[in-house]
Design a protein around this ligand. Structure first.
Ligand code: ZN
Length: 140
């Protein structure tokens, strides 16, 4: 047996990205495409069998996707998402009223917003289409 560094083969261990574990983990080669190209491998952590995925290539793709995501997710989308999760019945906003997280409120100046957080008994954080605002309210 020669001890060439690049030698690969079935039953050998290789570092591959696992789509189930979402990590680069030790895998066992179960199929070779040719002498130097890994076909399929099996994750030693979750036993999933899948095509070999070079962890470096996957890491690059993932970081690209993450960058793209950051650009795309705007405050408007966060707002739309939040509104979609409410029951759709907007309560008119008033300083003397109490609100709960997840409530859809109607503000005369800012429009519709969703209560994201109760900061204290008299302050709520509300996501409006334009911005996240701190509003005064009267809880309980
Ligand atoms: Zn796995």
């Amino acid at each position: 047996m020669s001890a060439k560094k690049e030698e690969l083969g079935v039953a050998q261990e290789v570092l591959s990205y696992c789509g189930k574990c979402k990590l680069a983990l030790a895998h066992v080669i179960i199929d070779m495409k040719d002498e130097t190209t890994i076909g399929k491998c099996q994750c030693k952590t979750c036993d999933a069998k899948h095509n070999y995925r070079d962890p470096e290539v996957v890491a690059k793709k993932l970081s690209k996707a993450a960058t793209r995501k950051k650009v795309v997710v705007s405050i408007e989308e966060v707002w739309k998402d939040a509104v979609a999760k409410t029951d759709g019945n907007a309560k008119p906003y008033g300083m003397d009223k109490g609100f709960e997280v997840g409530d859809l409120i109607d503000h005369t100046a800012f429009g519709q917003g969703v209560v994201m957080k109760c900061i204290s008994n008299d302050k709520i954080e509300v996501q409006f289409e334009e911005a996240l605002k701190l509003l005064v309210c009267s809880q309980g």
